[in-house]
Design a protein around this ligand. Structure first.
Ligand code: SAM
Length: 280
């Protein structure tokens, strides 16, 4: 069986270093790859999208199990190496592009894909929002993230970690924390722990959302200044009167802070905003 390259040797042969801006921390512990594959419940019928294949450690395991793998790598050097290494892997499509700029619908052939990735931590939040937007093309996402980002995504109301990213992702997806990974499992070692999350897009959102753009706008405005009362923070997008009226109609005290509102309360609030501000 072919062996993927040791990242340290790869960079030393090129006389270069992993690119920090591209979040290049490569998995070295093969047990982590096995656990990601287990959590993904991969079968030979599955089509997979991998973001940031790096030097192919996870890609290799994915291509071995799945029917089709599409892997998007931004770094030209790594993409060139992967094309060479995987030249006879017929079920793998390698794309040398920025995953933030790719149109994910172009990979959809009628079968929802599984997104499986050790995400580049430098751009994990914008990538998560891009994946959220394209969720209709995906059945499951198994993603490795920085622990702190993973905690924010899965946090419930009432705490400091609960924010707009928690509300927006949890409204549209079921999210479970699967396992933690220590820095020792990577080369180079990241400064922080990582976590693998499983996200399953819901067929219908957890709360009533008639206008997704408006929902996002209101949630972001609510959290825009965490220390302010919600009646005040909403004034970044609504008049004082409209903010007060929407909150009252939704049965939410305007003195509360955004971090105490449940997803259902955000749904009720946005519903009232859409009635009051018809032209929003
Ligand atoms: N999958 C490999 C592994 O687990 O060993 C590498 C993971 S590393 C954390 C992230 C990878 O994403 C790097 O290979 C990096 O070059 C790539 N990357 C960073 N930003 C990207 C982007 N915007 N689009 C696609 N790939 C990106």
């Amino acid at each position: 069986m072919k062996k993927t390259v040791n990242p340290k040797e790869f960079f030393s042969n090129l006389n270069s270093y992993p690119n920090k801006q591209l979040g290049q921390n490569f998995i070295r512990d093969l047990r982590v790859i096995d656990r990601i594959i287990d959590v993904s419940e991969l079968s030979s019928e599955d089509e997979v999208l991998e973001i940031g294949p790096g030097l192919g450690a996870l890609t290799f395991a994915l291509a071995d199990k799945a029917k089709r793998v599409v892997a998007i790598e931004k770094d030209r050097k790594l993409a060139d190496y992967l094309s060479e290494f995987f030249h006879d892997q017929m079920n793998l499509e390698l794309i040398n592009q920025d995953a933030l700029k790719v149109d994910y619908s172009s990979f959809y052939n009628g079968n929802e894909l599984k997104v499986i990735a050790n995400l580049p931590y430098s751009v994990s939040s914008p990538l998560l929002f891009k994946l959220l937007e394209a969720r209709q093309y995906f059945s499951t996402m198994v993603l490795m993230l920085q622990l702190e980002v993973g905690e924010r995504i899965s946090a419930g109301p009432g705490g400091k970690t609960y924010g707009s990213i928690s509300v927006l992702l949890q409204t549209f997806m079921d999210i479970t924390s699967e396992f933690r990974v220590s820095p020792e499992s990577f080369w180079p070692k990241p400064k922080v722990d990582s976590i693998v999350l499983k996200l399953i897009p819901l067929k219908t959102p957890r709360t009533k959302v008639s206008d997704e753009k408006l929902y996002e706008k209101v949630v972001r405005a609510a959290f825009s200044s965490r220390r302010k009362m919600i009646g005040n923070s909403l004034q970044s997008i609504l008049s004082k009167e409209s903010a007060a009226e929407s909150l009252e109609l939704a049965g939410i005290d305007k003195k509360r802070r955004a971090e105490t509102l449940t997803i259902e309360e955000f749904g009720a609030l946005v519903d009232k905003v859409s009635i009051i501000e018809k032209d929003f």
